[in-house]
Design a protein around this ligand. Structure first.
Ligand code: ATP
Ligand code: MG
Length: 415
């Protein structure tokens, strides 16, 4: 894509009303637009990042048997009354509204009820199980705090998968697969070194749930890490009993602030019983379906990547989620013809490239923008590089540059 076609522009100044680094950088670089506190629109560059994250999550969910669907955002009061979660005394962050005919509806803040209510129409026998539907969706929560940029939105985008199994044993097999799939997701988006599977409290049906926590000063949670075992415990579950059970010595734990980028829960029959979501087992007895839930905050993950990997000059995208693999920067109006040829060559070789074809800007301005935008690879076409027989190539996270021919560059980028 040509930068002259991109309607967004960068800004040197931090937005006055943003405290969070992720929102400051993403707004300055033109990835997102702030509508109001906790509510952001995703602009073209940001949308490309989101699509990359979604692609990775989708691949990992499909690999463990997930089937994608789409649940509605407006949800029926009757459905939520079945689990007593319509009441504002029980759920304090609902957004609710009223239809013209007076019927109250809610804007979905989570999805267990919606899924149980749908799935009960299609499950009657043990032969119908297990099943693993999931969706990506805008979730609405009237959060009290919203000072963490896109990491805590009043409106945000997530992936939620729900597992429907015949019994706990079948559920546990899937739960273990989900742990692996989640670990893959965080590794693939570039957060593997910073993200810990974390034991948290479980609720009625299991002792633990598992959170995936990315270590960052911007985090709202406190976790206790056992580096050798590569796991952590959430502050809320850090009891002597839990430590003994997990075989962890308190003295080895390191306290860190962290961001919850996902979580997985065993739900048992908590959300199946109220909906009569049962099946007939081989003996013909009605048994409640055993459920689990598996969430990932897509927009929170995007914010987390910015928090954790950016430097003093701007964003540093890992290649897997970068809006473009390459930033091609033409420096000086005399080199544009040559830069156009290189742009076409890169496109011909299926390399995603943002082409800074803006005229009349100084090298300093173009470099500052390029660092702020954060593409993993930068190619500069200048009179100097052409005189040296090629283009100047540099990685975003390195200070060293080399001069390469276009052919060598393409071979390297496609390697
Ligand atoms: P938190 O503890 O941070 O409030 P939660 O435990 O309520 O989150 P879930 O309801 O389980 O979160 O949602 C699943 C995932 O969605 C979370 O792990 C997180 O990554 C993301 N998420 C939750 N709330 C928000 C929010 N307000 N903005 C962005 N992402 C969110
Ligand atoms: Mg939580």
């Amino acid at each position: 894509m040509r930068q002259t076609q991109l309607f967004t522009k960068t800004s040197k100044d931090n937005p006055a009303d943003e405290l969070a680094k992720n929102a400051q950088l993403l707004i300055r670089a033109g990835y997102i637009h702030k509508e109001m506190a906790g509510v952001y629109s995703i602009l073209p560059l940001g949308y490309r990042v989101m699509e990359k994250i979604i692609g990775i999550v989708k691949e990992e969910m499909n690999a463990i048997g997930g089937i994608q669907m789409k649940t509605s955002a407006l949800q029926s009061k009757d459905v939520w009354e079945k689990t007593n979660r319509w009441s504002d005394d029980v759920v304090d962050n609902w957004f609710k509204t009223t239809l013209k005919n007076g019927t109250e509806v809610g804007l979905s803040f989570t999805n267990e009820e919606a899924y149980s209510n749908i799935v009960k129409n299609f499950v009657s026998s043990y032969k119908d199980l297990p099943l693993y539907p999931y969706d990506f969706k805008t979730i609405f929560r009237n959060e009290t705090r919203s000072k963490s940029g896109i990491m805590r939105g009043r409106e945000f985008y997530w992936k939620a998968l729900y597992s429907f199994s015949a019994d706990e044993a079948e559920h546990n097999v899937f739960y273990e697969k989900a742990k692996e799939a989640y670990t893959n997701v965080y590794r693939r988006v570039g957060l593997g070194d910073f993200t810990y599977m974390t034991f948290a409290s479980g609720g009625t049906f299991s002792k633990y749930s598992h959170e995936f926590q990315t270590v960052s000063e911007a985090g709202e949670d406190l976790i206790y890490i056992d580096e050798a075992k590569n796991i952590a415990i959430n502050k809320e579950v850090l009891t002597d009993e839990v430590l003994a059970e997990l075989g962890i010595d308190r003295a080895t734990l390191v306290e860190k602030k962290a961001i919850e980028v996902g979580n997985i829960f065993s739900l048992g029959s908590k959300f199946s019983e109220p909906f009569d979501l049962t099946y007939k087992n081989a003996e013909g007895t009605d048994v409640p379906v055993f459920m689990g839930s598996y969430g990932i905050g897509v927009t929170r993950l995007m914010g987390t990547i910015v928090e954790v990997l950016s430097d003093e000059k701007g964003i540093v995208w890992p290649e897997s989620v970068a809006p473009f693999k390459v930033h091609l920067v033409a420096l000086g109006d005399t080199v544009f013809e040559k830069a156009e040829v290189i742009y076409s060559e890169l496109l011909k070789h299926n390399i995603e490239v943002l082409f800074d074809d803006r005229v009349g800007l100084s090298a300093g301005e173009k470099f500052a923008d390029s660092d702020l935008l954060g593409m993993p690879h930068r190619i500069v076409v200048s009179e100097r590089s052409l005189a040296q027989g090629g283009v100047e190539y540099k990685k975003r996270d390195s200070s060293e540059s080399t001069v390469l021919s276009t052919e060598a560059l393409i071979t390297m980028l496609n390697a």
